[in-house]
Design a protein around this ligand. Structure first.
Ligand SMILES: Nc1ncnc2c1ncn2[C@@H]1O[C@H](COP(=O)(O)OP(=O)(O)OP(=O)(O)O)[C@@H](O)[C@H]1O
Ligand SMILES: [Mg+2]
Length: 246
């Protein structure tokens, strides 16, 4: 693995999976071997011994995941914070196993995209948060945020929590931003968040038709992501020579 990114968010349901998948689709298009990971997933379904994560399935479809247990090593049925789901299901979040899966996957791919769970301060187990996992994976971070009322507070809290813990923030991506009939908050918040945090804004995604994680439907995600998100800036120098497919 040459490089990678950890996709976190200001909240649950904010668009981490959509951003992770959009980036994976764009990188594949450039001929980059891209691996995806949803290291901890709750709200999974299916038979106990083969619980399925909607997020992991969607990401593996976007990136052609080939090693299902490695892409999603910790799965829980209850739609709860991982530490609570693990307790109820008499399991544990095995961080060593997650990190080993991450290293093993990294041998097969040039670029790894790792989707977090909830936000940066979600506890995975006692004294260990998503932020700890990001540090242990040694990955820079993208923060996915909404842009509406409340976004300044949510985004600045997330950026602060990341910076205090020494994480490198590549930038913020705003999701589900209206392209017409937008609110005053949506219009003004991205610049305010950039000015107050000093963190680059990598772009914003609108609502995209026929895009749904649960039904594994991508709509125009790849094209919209390529048009609106600064993919070169996310990649940095590591892949400057990658040639787009004809
Ligand atoms: N830009 C968009 N256009 C249309 N639908 C979207 C968009 N972004 C997200 N959604 C939908 O909103 C829901 C939540 O998005 P997503 O699953 O990416 O959030 P998340 O932050 O990954 O949530 P979780 O915390 O559960 O992992 C999904 O059903 C997804 O299909
Ligand atoms: Mg998700």
């Amino acid at each position: 693995m040459k490089a990678g990114i950890f996709i976190t968010g200001t909240d649950t349901e904010v668009g981490k999976t959509i951003v992770s998948a959009g980036l994976a689709l764009c990188l594949r298009d450039r001929g980059i071997k891209v691996g995806v990971m949803k290291p901890v997933a709750t709200g999974c379904y299916g038979a106990e011994e083969r619980l399925i994560s909607h997020d992991a399935a969607f990401l593996m479809e976007a990136a052609e995941g080939q090693f299902p247990p490695l892409h999603s090593p910790a799965r829980f049925r209850n739609p709860l914070s991982p530490n609570v789901a693990a307790m109820l299901e008499k399991k544990e979040v095995n961080v060593d196993r997650i990190l080993k899966s991450f290293r093993d996957l990294g041998k097969h791919y040039d670029y790894m995209i790792v989707e977090g769970i909830g936000g940066i301060m979600v506890p995975l187990k006692k004294d260990y948060y998503v932020a700890n996992l990001i540090r242990d994976m040694k990955l820079p971070v993208i923060v996915v945020s909404h842009a509406g009322l409340g976004a300044i507070n949510h985004a600045l809290l997330t950026v602060d929590a990341a910076m205090i813990r020494g994480l490198e923030i590549k930038g913020i991506i705003f999701n589900r931003v209206a392209v017409s009939n937008y609110s005053l908050a949506e219009l003004t918040n991205p610049k305010v968040i950039h000015d107050l945090s000093g963190v680059p804004i990598l772009g914003s995604l609108p609502d995209i038709d026929d895009l749904q994680v649960e039904s594994c439907s991508f709509g125009r995600l790849k094209d919209v992501f390529r048009e609106r998100i600064q993919v070169d800036r996310i990649l940095g120098d590591a892949f400057s020579k990658a040639v787009p497919k004809a």
